[in-house]
Write a new protein. Structure first.
Lengths: 811, 222
């Protein structure tokens, strides 16, 4: 065993460049796999932890617009601790903050605040509030009431935890003080936080409260909903999955080619082992073991890198600081995955080595000639035709068939390449005969029949097409995420976290410099809406209340301004996925509000700027306000003089006196979004770029290795008939022709592959039409081609140094 | 025991109209302990015959019996076992594993046989002494001369005490001095270890080290 391991490690060490390339590739595969296993769970755990920090041990929130007594609610028999909380907006001069009035002891019990002894007329405030308004302990906060003023003494300044984490600027007073200020009746609260003692009964308790109380009056929500957090992280998971699939495919092609080369190069050693008594099985085992060592090394390095970058990557993806360790199990799984991946990538070459007898392996040399294989041609045509049929026949939502058609397309292309090279070879040979050029004739023959050239062309076609698909998808992700720019085009500012009814904001129209304001009515339901007697839509829906066109919604066959109150427009994908059609009447039932919206579908829209899941239903703003809510999602405004937009925002803040809202200039808002997205996308780009670089290095490496493998063949040609200048011409012609053809074909294949990818993305509810960026594609292909053409310099230089006698010694 | 028999051995290459019969009904018998040389002009089929009797290639028809076992009926695993235990090969270009040291190359059949290397320590020392490369045991093949490499190759062939050694032009790539040393080593092994040797050679001089010569011409024994 020691000898075998020594042999394996020496093999890895001897081919340093190739080994490093394989190990680096496997390391990337291992990293993306481990991150895929780890990050989604870490995000959920962190968010759950953050929620727990905020809401203590409470599980359910019951709220109403009017304060109510807990006894007014019908509750289940499940044992529950609860605390009632009221809130009050404090406004004094330019200072605004939210004050919570609660039973201090009960709030401590459900961990919404630390146990403090808070007397009447005393307040504790958050550190953020103290910093903002320069408050210190024992300062007095004055509240302006209609007829008089009320003063509160600051008892303590504490961390923004529990109740104080809900709003940036906030404080807590006891019940007595709150009731005195507001004339509120004792034991009446607007919100109750409930801690269901048996954690397994949280869902049942929530359902009981919902089902047994007036849905219109009470909002009942689960406070820490793991399922919802997971759903919210759909895109993070999706991006990670895309990174993993893309990186693995790239790595697969690069490493697979390198493995083929390794096995080819080692055939004589394989023969020697078999001649001293190693059976085919034992030889296979040895090669599998060698590849396992590659896998183990790549996987272990990957595990190490994952440990180092995990928190950084998770934080980049989520925009929040995440600190946790990678579970040991995930590290082990990552290593196992990498070993299996490497074995799978090498298996074909290993099995292929079995078909030769020892005599063929040892004495007949490596056969670098490949003949036209009719079986391969037939397979290629069948695969391409079947994949095209699947592509055109299946619906957009069939993920499995979409994936199958894409794989079949790539397999078909891979098998088609020898046929394509043969055709090219015939053309070049006939030209060579006409112009009587020996170099061109040899180059032409090699293009059609040289295994290494064909394998190299295959790698260039597949790798470059995958590379271009990845780049196009990346650009598309970027522009998809940038789509908020379209949503806000034409506006100067946006008001967020709005909580009052729309008409209460009409006063903004009177502010100097404000030209216009527009209410954005939008509400998203997650499976909380059924239609036509209990059916659910495959996504959402997200209702938009509109009365005119907006840049974020592309009208297809109907103008939003013509929409009537009993009509609606569906996103075309949502319509198709739910087998609905224009003319159908849809009776939506809003479960949480116990309301019906009955509307006729009169047309379709494209809403990819708003949502990649395309769950949009456009109704009139009247219908929206009447049935869903009168509180807008946001308010967008324009100003007369855009240079004074910041002054206008200050005026708005003063006028609204609402600590909840945030007002942004469109530029600031977009910059903030961009900042969050940039960190998110950077990780994507880092990993994809690494995979691309490796693939690129792999292609070049393969080109150079191809030449090394042909040293004997070139030496023989030199010894029998061709001069070095003729050989040089032959190599240049081969290089130029094969690489131009490979890059052109790769470019064409990438266009078609992207169409397949689009279909696949539709299948996984990622309704983004990725547009092929032809200019980008051409530039990248140009660069790849130039680099590939320049690789001919090395073989030409090496050819000069070939010792013909040494090289042909064993022929 | 180390006897070799062939019965109506035929080997053809190519297919249909391009079919060429390289060996035509060969019947030979080599007895235990014999040192036989196969000779003949290029293309006479001597190497092909060696590969067939060594189980490196399969005949078109006919039988090869090694120690009375019909090797055409053996599975890959059983054939591998036979190669490990009963047969040793020596090739013209030595075929040493370049990244293994002299002693690691010699011990390769032991490893492949699933045996402990430590139990062959004495045998290894003895063989290294016999081939005169005790001081080179840690060297890599590239650090040795052609003659030394061929001696390592012979050592590898005898480490598991096989009953037969097949040698394909063992001195074809060596100078006359090294060639002589290698042939003397073969002679010594044949006499001292009583191992049957079948070698293919072009050299009348090296054939004289054996007790018998089989001559081939156009695929037939002459």
């Amino acid at each position: 065993m020691k000898i075998i391991l020594t042999h394996i490690f020496r093999n890895i060490k001897e081919k340093k460049g190739r080994s490093i390339l394989i190990i680096l590739s496997l390391m990337i595969a291992s990293v993306v796999f481990i991150l895929n296993l780890t990050i989604p769970n870490q995000i959920v755990e962190t968010k759950m932890e953050q929620s727990r920090d905020a809401i203590g041990s409470s599980d359910i929130l019951v709220a109403s617009f009017e304060s109510f007594n807990i006894n007014d609610l019908k509750l289940s028999d499940e044992k529950t601790n609860y605390v009632g909380v009221n809130d009050l907006y404090l406004i004094h001069k330019d200072k605004t903050l939210v004050i919570y009035g609660t039973d201090i002891e009960a709030a401590s019990k459900v961990k919404l605040l630390d146990n403090v002894n808070l007397l009447d007329n005393e307040i504790i405030i958050s550190k953020t509030t103290a910093d903002k308004y320069n408050y210190i302990v024992n300062d007095i906060i004055t509240i302006d009431l209609q007829d008089n003023k009320y003063e509160l003494k600051i008892k303590d300044i504490v961390d923004s935890k529990g109740l104080l984490s809900f709003k940036t600027l906030s404080g807590i007073i006891n019940n007595n003080t709150y009731n005195k200020i507001t004339n509120n009746e004792n034991n009446k609260y607007r919100t109750y936080y409930m801690d269901v003692l048996n954690n397994e009964k949280v869902d049942d308790t929530k359902k009981y409260i919902q089902d047994n109380n007036d849905k219109k009056e009470y909002i009942v929500e689960k406070l820490v909903d793991e399922e919802k957090i997971r759903e919210d992280n759909f895109y993070t998971q999706f991006i990670l999955l895309v990174i993993m699939i893309m990186a693995t495919i790239m790595i697969f092609f690069v490493v697979n080619t390198l493995n083929k080369m390794i096995v080819m190069e080692r055939m004589t050693v394989i023969g020697t082992f078999r001649s001293v008594g190693a059976s085919k099985f034992k030889m296979n085992l040895l090669l599998v073991l060698e590849n396992s060592v590659y896998g183990l090394l790549g996987g272990s390095f990957g595990a190490l890198v994952s440990i180092l970058i995990n928190n950084f990557a998770a934080s980049m993806l989520t925009g929040t600081t995440i600190k946790s360790t990678v579970p040991f199990n995930n590290l082990v799984l990552g290593i196992v995955f990498t070993i299996i991946l490497e074995i799978l990538m090498s298996l074909a070459s290993i099995i292929k080595s079995n078909k030769y007898s020892i005599k063929e392996i040892m004495f007949e040399g490596k056969n670098s000639k490949a003949g036209f294989n009719i079986k391969e041609s037939i397979i290629s045509f069948i695969c391409i035709i079947v994949s095209l049929v699947i592509y055109f026949v299946i619906s957009d939502t069939n993920t499995v068939l979409s994936a199958l058609s894409l794989i079949m397309f790539w397999v078909g292309i891979a098998y088609f390449i020898p046929t394509m090279m043969l055709i090219l070879s015939k053309i070049i040979c006939s030209i060579a005969k006409k112009i009587n050029s020996g170099s061109l004739l040899m180059a032409g023959k090699n293009l059609g029949f040289n295994k290494l050239l064909i394998s190299s062309t295959r790698l260039v076609v597949i790798s470059t097409s995958i590379m271009l698909v990845i780049i196009n998808i990346s650009i598309s992700f970027n522009s998809m995420i940038d789509s908020y720019k379209v949503q806000f085009s034409g506006y100067d500012g946006t008001i967020r976290d709005v909580s009052k009814k729309y008409y209460e904001y009409d006063l903004l129209k009177n502010i100097d410099n404000v030209k216009s304001i527009e209410y954005n009515f939008m509400y998203s339901y997650d499976n909380d809406v059924t239609y036509n007697d209990g059916k659910t839509l495959d996504a959402g829906p997200m209702f938009l209340g509109m009365n005119k066109s907006a840049p974020s919604i592309v009208e297809l066959d109907y103008k939003i301004k013509d929409l009537k109150d009993d009509e609606c427009l569906f996103d075309r994908i949502l319509l198709k996925n739910n087998n609905l059609k224009v003319g159908d009447t849809v009776d939506f039932y809003l479960k949480s509000q116990d309301k019906h919206i009955k509307v006729k579908i009169v047309g379709t829209v494209d809403s990819y700027y708003m949502s990649a899941q395309r769950e949009i239903v456009v109704i009139t703003d009247n219908t929206f306000r009447e049935n869903i809510t009168e509180v807008p999602f946001s308010i967008e405004f324009t100003v007369n003089d855009s240079s004074k937009v910041r002054d206008t925002i200050e005026l708005m803040e003063r006028k609204l006196k609402d600590p909840d809202i945030t007002i942004w200039t469109i530029d600031d808002f977009c910059n903030l979004q961009r900042k969050n997205i940039n960190s998110f996308m950077s990780l994507f780009y880092i990993i994809i770029s690494l995979a691309l670089i490796l693939s690129f290095v792999g292609i070049i490496n393969n080109q150079l290795i191809s030449f090394m493998e042909r040293t004997k063949e070139i030496a023989v040609l030199n010894s029998i008939c061709m001069s070095k200048s003729q050989l040089r011409r032959m190599l240049v012609i081969e290089n130029i022709t094969s690489n131009i053809v490979a890059c052109t074909f790769g470019f064409i294949v990438s266009i078609m592959s992207l169409r397949y990818m689009n279909k696949l993305m539709y299948g996984i509810k990622m309704y983004t039409d990725v547009q092929y960026q032809y200019n980008v594609g051409l530039i990248i292909m140009g660069i790849v081609l130039i680099v590939l053409l320049s690789t001919v310099i090395v073989p030409i230089k090496k050819m000069k140094k070939i010792n013909v006698v040494e090289a042909i010694k064993y022929e | 025991m180390g006897n070799i028999k062939t019965k109506n051995l035929v080997k053809e290459f190519g297919s249909n109209e391009n079919k060429v019969r390289v060996l035509d009904n060969i019947n030979i018998e080599i007895k235990d302990g014999e040192f036989v040389s196969l000779m003949g002009p290029s293309g006479s089929g001597k190497s092909t015959l060696l590969y067939l009797v060594g189980g490196l290639d399969k005949p078109t028809s006919g039988k090869v019996l090694i120690n009375d076992t019909d090797i055409s009926k053996l599975s890959d695993t059983d054939m591998s076992k036979l190669r490990r235990r009963d047969i040793g090969f020596v090739f013209q270009f030595y075929n040493l594993v370049q990244n293994l040291t002299v002693e690691e190359n010699i011990m390769l059949p032991v490893v492949m046989n699933g045996e402990k290397e430590s139990s062959y320590k004495e045998r290894l020392d003895y063989i290294l002494k016999t081939i005169g490369l005790e001081d080179k045991r840690k060297s890599l093949p590239k650090e040795l001369s052609g003659g030394q490499q061929q001696r390592v190759s012979i050592a590898r062939a005898v480490i598991l005490n096989p009953s037969i050694i097949f040698a394909d032009e063992p001195i074809g790539n060596l100078d006359s001095k090294s060639g002589k040393e290698v042939m003397e080593l073969f002679k010594k092994i044949n006499e001292e270890e009583h191992i049957t040797i079948l070698q293919v050679t072009h050299s009348e001089e090296s054939a004289k080290y054996g007790n018998r010569i089989i001559r081939l011409k156009d695929g037939k024994i002459v």
